[in-house]
Design a binder for this molecule. Sequence first.
Ligand code: PHE
Length: 349
Amino acid sequence: MGGIDRLREEFERDCKGVSSLKQLEGLRIKYLGRKGLLTQRLRALSALPPAERPAAGKEINVLKRHIEAEIKRREADLSAAELKKKASTGFVDITVPGKYIPSGSQHPVNRVLEEIVEIFVFMGFTVEEGPEVELDYYNFEALNIPRDHPARDMQDTFYVRTDVEGHGDAGAESDVVLRTHTSPVQIRVMERQTPPLRFIAPGKVYRCDADVSHTPMFHQVEGLMVGEDITFSHLKSLLKLFIHSLFSPDTPVRFRPSYFPFTEPSAEIDIGCILCRGEGCRVCKGTGWLEVLGAGMVHPKVFECVGYDTERYTGFAFGMGVERLTMLKFGIDDIRLFYENDLRFLRQF
Ligand code: PHE
């Protein structure tokens, strides 16, 4: 049945000439339709002597499968091309799946910062703010930090040049700094308000420092409560309640004597290590405890600076690092991850 080869050639030629789905359907009918060329051949098999039938049938079927496959392939090509053409002429295919627009998420530090603010607002504290570029007076002087205090070391404090305009002495120490803590907000608020008062002051602070646990900028939340008969017991219970709200209610809390120039007595507050549950690990350096807050009773010298009657009023202040609390809450071991903007990190929150 040599005619098969000619039929194949004819199909290939026809196929090349097809340029639309409609023409392709015509081609399918011509070869595979009920009266199609191939169908006719298959029917004609019965006219052959029985001995020739298997070989002839096989030949036809091979061609048939080839034609079917070819038509399927062309159909895919043509429909893609036609869709593209329609799209470019303004056709909107509403069945095409929409584009995936990734939604952003809140930065972990902001998330914890908001949580901290919420806890204190719930306890009746207001929220105050102060400038990040601060006067030496508010950042140090009024907080009873004398000129020669180590916290003023050039290593820790970013001094702001204020002599750039003229021919001033470029080496002179400036009176303007990037605040190294949020404590100056205590002074600014007390200067304009009279007791009783209780507020927190969240915000950015700056220190000339960078390693796994320090970045040049980080966040603190300051707290201050002043009134008549405010005692250390109030401070203790308030901070305990705060820690139990931020972490879990069974978190161990301990107050340790410490020193800050603007509080007396002063304390540092530790919580039982979140990671090892107090057994001792790398994060708590084997002690089972983690320092999370600085606090104390406001030093009389600070009250004097803002003109408060030290016989009448007492108060407490506290401060905490938000990055540190965030690291503990989520088990993050390198503070720099917060500021590298690596989406693989940020997407987890
Ligand atoms: N300002 C202190 C610091 O940055 C923290 C602190 C605030 C301590 C208020 C006592 C009272 O380390």
